[in-house]
Design a protein. Structure first.
Length: 133
């Protein structure tokens, strides 16, 4: 898949997350492994519902900007995404959102381990709740 197609995909996924209310304001982030030690990441300070293809930033495995329109910086969460890619070579993309139901569970200090959606538990397993830090 070429870079332009991947940029359109990131924008489309961001729009879908925003439309479903999974992100508000400028929260949440998306990234995609491009190969050859390069990654496409959403920019800092931009609503995922209003991304355009010139906004995502290409960074290397150390988080250094390799390609940008010049107006955008990579998300502050880029180091976290890059660490996930380092630890899991099989991961091709990361979606970080803030769905209200998940946020409510986290605020209540409850893990998402109830069998509300059996399919989710079968595929993902339980989602633990980390202590606030």
């Amino acid at each position: 898949m070429d870079y332009e197609t991947q940029r359109r995909l990131i924008c489309e996924l961001g729009r879908r997350m925003w439309e479903r209310g999974w992100v508000a304001s400028n929260d949440g982030n998306l990234s995609r492994r491009l190969g050859e030690g390069l990654f496409l990441v959403t920019p800092a300070g931009v609503s995922k519902g209003f991304l355009t293809t010139d906004m995502p930033v290409v960074v290397d495995s150390e988080g250094r900007v390799v390609e940008s329109s010049g107006a955008y910086l990579p998300s502050s969460e880029t180091p976290l995404h890059l660490e996930c890619y380092r630890r899991r070579g099989d991961v091709g993309g990361i979606c970080h959102a803030h769905p209200p139901a998940s946020t409510a569970f986290a605020c209540a200090h409850k893990a998402l381990d109830a069998s509300i959606l059996g399919e989710a538990l079968m595929v993902l397993g339980p989602v633990p709740c980390a202590p606030y830090a």
